[in-house]
Design a protein around this ligand. Structure first.
Ligand code: ADP
Length: 443
C-alpha cells in the first residue's frame, strides 16, 4: 500500500514537472499532475478489469500475470480457488466412495425427498422394484410402486415396522420374490427407503413349520394308537391271546416311533457334525457286503408271507480293489437305504440289481435297479424332501419313515457325490450314486 501511494505521488509529480516544463505556469503544472493521476487510475482500472474477468471464470490456468497490489490480490485469489478446488475434489471422491459402498450393498437403498420423489437409488433397489436408476429419478415412489400394502404403509406414515411387498423378479421355483421394505425419516423430512429380499427367509420359515407339523404328525399317529391299546388293556378283560395280539401291535407302533426319532437324530447329526474326512479310505467291498446281507434278510422277512422271493443280483466285481474316502457309517447308511428301498417297494418275484462300477474317467458309481412299481415323473424332484412319500401305505407297512432319501442326499452332499433317479411307471426304478475321482482309488 505505501508503494502504491508513492507511485501515485510520483505520477503526479512527474505530470506536474512536465506541465511546468512545457507551459512554465502553475496551471500547466496542476494540469500535468491531474493527467499523471488519471494515467495511474487508468492503468489501475485496466488491471482490475483483467482480474475481474478472470475471477468470473475462476480457471486457474488463465490467471492474469499482474504485479504489485493487483498481482497480490490475483495470487491470493488463486490460492483460495485452488484450496476450494481441492476441497471439492476430495468431497466428490468421498461422495463417490460412499455411493459405491451403497451400490455394493446386498440391500436396496432409495433416497426420497419430502414429497416422495426418488433422488437416488442403488442397483439392488432398482432390481427389487423394477426401476431404472436414471430414468426414474424425480419420479414419485407411489406412482412406481403400486403394491396396495406399500401404498397403505406409505400413506399411514407409521414407519416403525417394515412392510412386505411382492418383488418384480421370480425366485427359485417360479415364486415371486418377497421384499421387506422399511422407510426411515432423516434430515429435512427426507426418507431413506431400505429393501431386503426375504424370499429365502420365508421359505426357510415355511419349511420349518412344515417340518414341525410333519414330525408331530408322524409321532402323534402311533402315539394315539398306543394310548388306545393301553386304554383297551386297562378296561377290557382280555383273553391271553388277545392281550398278546394287542401287545404285538403296540410294539410295532413303538418301534415306528423309535425309527422316526432315530432317523431324525441321524439327520441332525449329519447337519451338525464336521465334514467327513477325505483321507480315511474304506474298502468298498466291506461297505457293500454288509448292506447286501441286510437286504437279503429284509427281502426274506417281506416276501415270506407271499411266498415269492426277490431275485437279488449283486455285481461287485469292480469293487474288489476299490476304496472310498469318507465316513464308513454315513456311506453304509446311504447304500443300505437305496438297497432296502428297492427291496421294500418291489413286490415279491421282482428283480433287484446292485452294481458297483469304476468309470474310465476315475469316477465310481453305485447303482440299484429294481422292477418295482416305478415313480411318476412329478414326484422325482421331491423324493429327497423330508417326509415326502409317494406310496404312503407301502412306506408305513414296511417300516419307512419318509426320511431315508433325505438322509441319502445329506450323506452324498457331504461326500461330494451326486444322486440320480430314473424311473418308469410299471417298469421300475434306478437309483445311482456317482462319486468323484477325488474320493475313489484303486489299491
Ligand atoms: P420311506 O421311508 O418312506 O421309504 P424314503 O425317503 O426312503 O422314505 O423314500 C421316499 C419315497 O420314495 C418313498 O415313500 C417311496 O414312495 C418312494 N421310493 C423310494 N424308493 C423307491 C423305489 N425303489 N421304488 C418305488 N418308490 C420308491
Amino acid at each position: 500500500m505505501p508503494f502504491r501511494l508513492l507511485m501515485w505521488l510520483l505520477a503526479q509529480s512527474v505530470g506536474a514537472g512536465l506541465g511546468w516544463a512545457f507551459s512554465g505556469s502553475l496551471t500547466g503544472a496542476l494540469f500535468g499532475a491531474l493527467v499523471g493521476l488519471w494515467a495511474v487510475l487508468l492503468i489501475d482500472v485496466v488491471r482490475a478489469a483483467r482480474l475481474l474477468r478472470w475471477l468470473k471464470t475462476g480457471d486457474l490456468k488463465q490467471a492474469p500475470v499482474l504485479t504489485g497490489f493487483w498481482g497480490e490480490i490475483t495470487e491470493r485469489s488463486r490460492r483460495w480457488i485452488r484450496g476450494l478446488d481441492q476441497q471439492l475434489t476430495e468431497s466428490e471422491g468421498r461422495l463417490q466412495d460412499f455411493l459405491a459402498a451403497i451400490q455394493a450393498s446386498p440391500n436396496g437403498v432409495l433416497l426420497l425427498d419430502p414429497e416422495g420423489r426418488i433422488e437416488w437409488c442403488n442397483r439392488t433397489a432398482a432390481l427389487h422394484f423394477g426401476l431404472d436408476e436414471q430414468r426414474d429419478q424425480r419420479q414419485l415412489i407411489g406412482n412406481l410402486l403400486r403394491d396396495p400394502d406399500f401404498l397403505r404403509y406409505y400413506s399411514a406414515r407409521d414407519f416403525s415396522q417394515d412392510v412386505v411387498v411382492a418383488g418384480r423378479r421370480k425366485g427359485l421355483g417360479g415364486r415371486q420374490e418377497s421384499i421387506s421394505v422399511q422407510l426411515h425419516l432423516y434430515g429435512n423430512a427426507q426418507m431413506l427407503m431400505l429393501s431386503r429380499d426375504i424370499t429365502a427367509l420365508e421359505q426357510a420359515e415355511a419349511m420349518r413349520r412344515d417340518f414341525v407339523a410333519n414330525v408331530s404328525h408322524e409321532i402323534r399317529t402311533p402315539l394315539t394308537v398306543l394310548s388306545g391299546f393301553i386304554e383297551t388293556l386297562q378296561n377290557l378283560p382280555l383273553e391271553k391271546q388277545e392281550r398278546a395280539h394287542y401287545l404285538r401291535l403296540m410294539g410295532q407302533q413303538a418301534s415306528r416311533m423309535q425309527s422316526v426319532v432315530s432317523d431324525l437324530l441321524t439327520l441332525s447329526r449329519l447337519e451338525g457334525s464336521p465334514l467327513p474326512s477325505s483321507t480315511e479310505w474304506i474298502p468298498v467291498t466291506s461297505l457293500l457286503a454288509h448292506c447286501v446281507q441286510e437286504a437279503k434278510s429284509l427281502s426274506e422277512v417281506i416276501t415270506l408271507p407271499h411266498g415269492r422271493a426277490h431275485e437279488l443280483s449283486v455285481d461287485l466285481s469292480m469293487a474288489d480293489r476299490c476304496e472310498l474316502a469318507g465316513s464308513s457309517v454315513e456311506l453304509q447308511s446311504a447304500f443300505s437305504n437305496l438297497v432296502n428301498n428297492a427291496v421294500r417297494y418291489t413286490p415279491g418275484g421282482g428283480r433287484i440289481d446292485v452294481v458297483w462300477r469304476v468309470l474310465p474317467d476315475g469316477h465310481a458309481e453305485f447303482e440299484v435297479k429294481d422292477t418295482g412299481p416305478g415313480i411318476a415323473p412329478e414326484h422325482l424332484p421331491r423324493l429327497t424332501e423330508r417326509f415326502y412319500r409317494v406310496d404312503r401305505s407301502r412306506s408305513r407297512e414296511t417300516g419307512g419313515t419318509g426320511l431315508g432319501l433325505a438322509i441319502v442326499k445329506h450323506v452324498l452332499q457331504r461326500h461330494d457325490a451326486h444322486l440320480s433317479i430314473q424311473s418308469t411307471m410299471g417298469v421300475g426304478s434306478c437309483f445311482s450314486i456317482r462319486f468323484p475321482a477325488t474320493r475313489t482309488r484303486q489299491t
